[in-house]
Design a protein. Structure first.
Length: 316
């Protein structure tokens, strides 16, 4: 049994990590969050220590480290995006391996810094890149790898996950903390596209605002028109008023069905990490480079055939 600490226990994604820890036969021994709405811990690990002060969490972890039986083997990081780097580094310096939500960090330079901390501590950082474990994505990757075609696949990615007014008031709505819509809700899709279609060759931004972003990505084996949004008004009429989220990947006009199975992928990710097959810093570098470029890019009109259809609804 491995002992886990959890940083960011009150957030949206934390319960999936708690569930993964339990379902892999391990123990959540200590958790931290500035908020105390963490009653879900009672159904997963009721004897876990809990702290609302990071300093007390660190002190407790250092005391646990004195005894090999109680030392924290892993720290799971589910804190706001802008705190990932500091919390990962703290976990490594505690002598623990770290499992972090995406985006791992906002820039390639911070990936390099984390590699230095890995070397200094002898511990490892793992990133949750759960779409790499989704059966439909694995099947698509296999099809692409086996294909003898020489032209590129035509792909259209649409992800609309409607959010209420709270979103803009939270850290997620602050680009200094979330790093914007493309990074916050798009980074794992960009990782998936690289995973399936190879290295990125072109990265063009067509539109960005507080609620949506769109652009064009060209990989070794695909041309991708993408659109991301948190605005419910962007939902297709076929689902508007019935469901808050719409995910679609069209490859050569054929829908890749991957809407189901998302809630179990964290457990799969944990099993792979514990088995020594987790995704580390270099695996995450490609998607971090992609979103870092998008944050600094200036929107430009789409070239012929490169604009996502949703652009027509709001482009000037």
């Amino acid at each position: 049994m491995k002992y886990f600490g959890l940083i960011g226990a009150a957030g949206y994604i934390a319960p999936r990590h708690m569930k993964a820890i339990k379902e892999t036969g391990n123990r959540l021994a200590a958790a931290y969050d500035i908020n105390d709405s963490v009653g879900i811990i009672d159904s997963i690990s009721p004897d876990s220590e809990f702290f609302t002060d990071f300093e007390r969490f660190l002190e407790h972890a250092h005391r646990c480290r004195r005894d090999p039986y109680t030392a924290l083997d892993y720290i799971a990081v589910c804190s706001p995006n802008h705190l990932h780097h500091a919390h990962i580094a703290a976990g490594l310096r505690l002598g623990s391996d770290v499992i972090c939500e995406k985006p791992l960090v906002p820039t390639p330079a911070l990936l390099d810094e984390l590699q230095r901390v890995e070397e200094e501590t002898g511990r490892r950082v793992y990133n949750i890149l759960q779409l790499r474990h989704h059966p439909a994505i694995l099947e698509l990757k296999q099809q692409v790898a086996k294909s003898a075609r020489h032209d590129k696949y035509e792909v259209e990615l649409t992800y609309i996950t409607s959010r209420g007014q709270w979103y803009q008031e939270s850290w997620k709505g602050d680009p200094r903390k979330s790093f914007g819509v493309a990074t916050n809700i798009g980074v794992h899709f960009f990782d998936m596209l690289h995973f399936v279609f190879g290295k990125l060759q072109r990265n063009v931004l067509h539109h960005v605002d507080d609620q949506k972003a769109a652009g064009y990505l060209e990989y070794e084996r695909a041309r991708v028109r993408w659109f991301l949004s948190i605005d419910a008004e962007d939902l297709p009429s076929s689902v508007k008023g019935q469901q808050p989220t719409y995910r679609s990947i069209l490859c050569e006009g054929q829908e890749i069905e991957f809407s189901g199975g998302f809630t179990d992928l964290h457990t799969v990710s944990y099993r792979e990490i514990l088995a020594g097959r987790g995704y580390g810093i270099e695996d995450a570098r490609h998607c971090i480079e992609t979103v870092d470029h998008l944050r600094h890019a200036r929107p430009e009109p789409p070239a012929h055939g490169e604009g996502h259809p949703c652009l027509k609804r709001f482009a000037q």
